[in-house]
Design a protein around this ligand. Structure first.
Ligand SMILES: *Cc1c(COP(=O)(O)O)cnc(C)c1O
Length: 380
């Protein structure tokens, strides 16, 4: 076996990107608007269906921030957020001066536990006399959350939902694209996500009017006057025409990437089947169609005779990149003061889980090498 470095998830170009970038240069559209931006938004709207509108932005984090701006999150407001996630899901709540309220995960999807969500809503209303201003469920590693249950609760309490589908580009639930169920949905085109614009994001909006409002805030809240008139605080969050050109090119490889990530999942399942104490995280039923952005495993130390960090270090020594799962936000020093509704699941997952190489550059041979080295640890 070769000993080439195997990485978690690297960007992979279709070859069409340069054409759109060249067009932008040739027409001097080297600015944060232009034909690539409009065309990329159309591509994404077509993918979303459901009559949704999309605004492309400078990052997924900016998309979450603008959704919260539009929902009027401010000081004194609380926003419920899944605890087990990347910090970018929660950080924008604090940009608005709001307080995150963290809700733990359920064991099967690793995403927001709907029952705990309802407990949290009731308790926040009892304690503060006010409803949380929004709910941010996350699709961890691309795995669909129980979004129907979450939406049912959210609608009953009339609280808007911002789906953090940054990791779930192309994932579906009941055949519908993740990010198109709630009031807003998030896309990320960072370098390590399903497709990339080198850095960028998108906000899925319910209608044209909302899209216009988002575009207004994303371009410094400039009023429609010949001079620069501002009545509200704005942001510089639009995607550039160059980055959107990369995005247009990437759309050609989306289906291929999705198929490859899913294929790698099948290979991991096959190769690690029957290894005591190792479980590959997979779709919980036929409704759920994960993009398997990152394939993940749980290692039960009592059964496997090894633990996630021993395996991680062994893989590293073998030139294979792996990574612990997201450390839950309610255990992060920066959020130590935030209220949290905890059931132990996310902390347990964090103490057992690893993300494995999953990108377009990972070959069948690479997966065999990864699985071989994981099994080698178990037998030690
Ligand atoms: C990547 C990511 C984001 C933020 O996206 P950026 O484009 O990197 O700002 C938000 N939430 C989750 C869960 C992510 O993984």
């Amino acid at each position: 076996m070769s000993n080439n470095k195997i990485l978690l998830c690297l960007a992979h170009m279709s070859g069409q990107e340069m054409k759109y970038i060249q067009e932008a240069f040739d027409t001097n559209w080297v600015v944060p608007l232009g034909p690539n931006v409009n065309a990329f938004e159309e591509d994404l709207e077509h993918l979303c269906g459901q009559g949704k509108h999309v605004v492309v932005l400078s990052s997924g984090t900016a998309a979450i921030h603008l959704a919260l701006v539009l929902l009027g999150v401010g000081r004194e407001d609380e926003v419920i957020c899944q605890s087990m996630t990347f910090s970018a899901s929660a950080n924008p709540i604090t940009y608005q001066g709001g307080t995150p309220v963290f809700v733990d995960s359920e064991r099967d999807t690793w995403n927001m536990d709907p029952n705990l969500l309802e407990d949290a809503i009731k308790d926040r209303i009892a304690k503060t006399g006010r409803k949380p201003k929004a709910i941010i469920p996350v699709y961890l590693y691309g795995m669909p959350a129980k979004i129907d249950d979450i939406l049912e609760i959210a609608r009953r309490y009339e609280i808007p939902v911002v789906e953090d589908s940054a990791e779930a580009f192309g994932s579906r639930y009941r055949g519908q694209l993740c990010g198109t169920f709630g009031d807003f949905g998030i896309m990320s085109f960072n370098g390590n996500k399903m497709i990339t614009t080198s850095g960028g994001g998108g906000l899925i909006c319910p209608d044209e009017v909302t899209k216009k409002r988002i575009m207004f805030y994303a371009t410094q809240s400039r009023e429609p006057k010949p001079y620069y008139l501002h009545k509200e605080i704005g942001y510089n969050y639009r995607m550039s025409n160059i980055c959107a050109g990369i995005g247009r090119g990437q759309m050609f490889v989306l289906e291929e990437h999705l198929a490859h990530h899913k294929h790698l999942c099948d290979r991991y399942v096959e190769l690690l089947a029957g290894v005591d104490g190792i479980t590959v995280h997979t779709n919980i039923n036929d409704l759920s169609d994960s993009n398997y952005w990152l394939n993940t495993i749980l290692i039960d130390p009592t059964k496997a005779g090894t633990d996630y960090d021993t395996v991680r270090q062994h893989l590293e020594a073998c030139n294979i990149e792996s990574r612990p799962l997201w450390k839950p936000m309610h255990t992060q020093p920066v959020f130590s003061g935030a209220p949290a509704y905890v059931n132990g699941v996310s902390e347990e997952l964090f103490s057992m889980g690893l993300c494995l190489p999953s990108g377009p550059w990972v070959s069948d041979e690479d997966v065999e090498r990864v699985a071989h080295e994981i099994i080698a640890c178990c037998k030690k």
